[in-house]
Design a protein around this ligand. Sequence first.
Ligand SMILES: [Zn+2]
Ligand SMILES: [Zn+2]
Length: 52
Amino acid sequence: METRCPLCRRFVPNESQRWCTCGSAMDARCYDAHAPWCASDGDERWIGAQEL
Ligand SMILES: [Zn+2]
Ligand SMILES: [Zn+2]
């Protein structure tokens, strides 16, 4: 199974995959750069909201 990084559009090896809270898989480098445009916007409060 091939996963393509949504940021740099390069294929990401399974070993380098990082799953973001928004559901996107990307390489470790882009994981940090992905934060500004991430759908979850780095908001971790949704984790607590699940307990409601
Ligand atoms: Zn990338
Ligand atoms: Zn994300």
